[in-house]
Design a protein around this ligand. Structure first.
Ligand code: DUC
Ligand code: ZN
Ligand code: ZN
Ligand code: ZN
Length: 475
């Protein structure tokens, strides 16, 4: 394989930024050299990429995606091919997707089905978490085999009764198994049974528009479940990772847990940083009327900007009360998919597609003075790598690491929207009209250039399965 020298840029890791040249040999980074270093004279690289005036950062790791997820009688529209290709366009070089076990299915079969979907189809590297949708003796036993499969984390749902839901007894038993095995528990923390009552009451009183999805899934439902999950984890002494947080009161629960020495982590998503109950879930358009808001039906729901939830997510990222930003990429078209809930918000498939824009949307946080440049890198790459057992290979620009590299232009510009930068499969963009003061110029995965000069040069099948180690946050 070829050698590539990335010259003249500023290398940014989670630890800071430094002017340096990066030498890639085959699939690995082999040297990070001071500019003007004598060693550079002896290097005759096959390719030189000029990164003058640009940032050279580790490729993005999106630790929460749902390609082809079956949901509400349909399935998420991005395949592993389309989803990972869009990811590469946006500077993401690894994903961790959720293999699904539903009640009545064997965990091993759920995982095998996900390998089948992904294998040979990914443009970038991919790993899996395991959804356990039915905690019982058999699935608890199967959890013991996950780590050998390179699947070191699993997800439970306190929401969606009848689909993925676990009650408190099931949650407790799974967490005990996690403590025993080293698996990291990821929790969808919303009080599903109570939400379903509120949702039914709203729908039956004629409040059927997408907006009421956000009303039914009140912040109290997220705060309560987050607190309960923290207590159940505490009693089992297992680390806990709360996914897709959007309520400021729930983040306060995580902050409280951390301040009291508990091994608890919080993830938010770009939609909870930028989009709101008022502006988006409550949106109206000529084409869709008040059903326009269906584009932004996801769970947890978008929250009120007026009540300060969005600001609280940014604050959590600054203070490290929140450690992670993943997309929860779960895309559905309006036509034929979201439309299933035209007369009743409860039938709208839940999810937003953002895999292509996470790196850019977080970079805008740097431009807007909300997070620092190294914190950006920590959020897009380093913490996900450490949280999910990939660090060293991924998440850092240093000798020995995989050459997953993004050349990011802080003087470039990205206009988001259909017909502009939209390579995801859904028929609309949840981010239409967003303008980013930066641009992904080059995306490299294990030494192979995937995106350059506004062209996709990757191939499906380049991406390899990532057998992950235990979380580095286990104590
Ligand atoms: N939330 C979503 O928005 N989509 C899929 C599953 C989930 O929990
Ligand atoms: Zn979830
Ligand atoms: Zn704190
Ligand atoms: Zn999810």
């Amino acid at each position: 394989m070829a050698t590539i020298l990335i010259k003249g840029g500023t290398v940014v890791n989670a630890t800071g930024a430094v002017a340096a040249d990066v030498l890639v040999d085959g699939e690995r980074i082999v040297a990070v050299l001071a500019p003007g270093s004598q060693a550079l004279g002896s290097i005759n690289a096959d390719r030189v990429i000029d990164a003058t005036g640009k940032y050279v950062v580790p490729g993005g790791i999106d630790a929460h995606t749902h390609m082809e997820l079956p949901f509400g009688g349909t399935a998420a529209i991005d395949t592993f091919e389309t989803g990972t290709t869009a990811a590469a366009w946006g500077g993401t070089t690894s994903i961790i997707d959720f293999a699904v076990q539903r009640y009545g299915e064997r965990v091993e079969d759920g995982l095998a089905a996900w390998h089948e979907k992904a294998s040979g189809n990914c443009a970038i590297d991919y790993g899996f978490h395991q959804i356990i949708g039915g905690v019982d003796d058999e699935s608890l036993k199967a959890m013991e085999g996950l780590i050998d499969e390179g699947v070191s984390s699993y997800k439970l749902f306190m929401a969606y009764p009848g689909v993925f839901y676990s009650d408190d007894a099931q949650v407790l038993r799974a967490m005990q198994k996690a403590r025993e095995t080293g698996l990291l528990t990821m929790m969808h923390a919303e009080n599903g049974p109570a939400i379903d009552v509120l949702a039914a009451q709203l729908a039956e009183s004629g409040k059927t528009a997408p907006y009421y999805h956000g009303i039914a899934r009140a912040w109290q439902m997220e705060e309560e479940a987050t607190h309960r999950a923290i207590m159940l984890a505490d009693v089992t002494d297992a680390p806990l990772y709360i996914v897709h947080m959007s309520a400021k009161q729930a983040v306060a629960q995580v902050a409280w847990a951390r301040d009291n020495g508990k091994n608890v982590f919080g993830e938010t998503c770009p939609q909870y940083l930028y989009l709101s109950l008022e502006k988006n879930l409550g949106a109206k358009s000529d084409e869709w009327g008040d059903f326009e808001g269906a584009k932004w039906v996801c769970s947890t729901p978008l929250r009120s900007e007026e009540e300060g939830h969005l600001e609280a997510m940014w604050q959590g990222l600054r203070t490290n009360d929140l450690q992670m930003v993943s997309t929860d990429h779960c895309p559905f078209c309006m036509k034929d998919q979201k439309e299933l809930g035209k007369d009743d918000f409860r039938a709208i498939p839940n999810g937003i597609g953002s895999i292509e824009h996470r790196v850019d949307l977080l970079y805008q946080g740097v431009v807007d003075g909300r997070i620092s440049l190294p914190r950006w890198v920590e959020l897009i790459s380093t913490t996900p790598a450490r949280m999910f057992g990939l660090y060293g290979k991924k998440g850092v620009i240093q000798p020995g690491a995989d050459a997953d590299i993004v050349v990011y232009d802080p003087n470039g510009h990205t206009s988001i929207g259909v017909g502009k930068t939209h390579h995801m499969a859904m028929d609309h963009s949840a981010w239409e009209g967003f303008e980013i003061d930066g641009h992904v110029d080059v995306t490299i995965s294990r030494g192979t250039v995937l995106v350059e000069n506004g062209e996709f040069r990757g191939t499906k099948g380049h991406g390899r399965f990532l057998k992950r180690d235990l979380t580095q946050y286990l104590v």
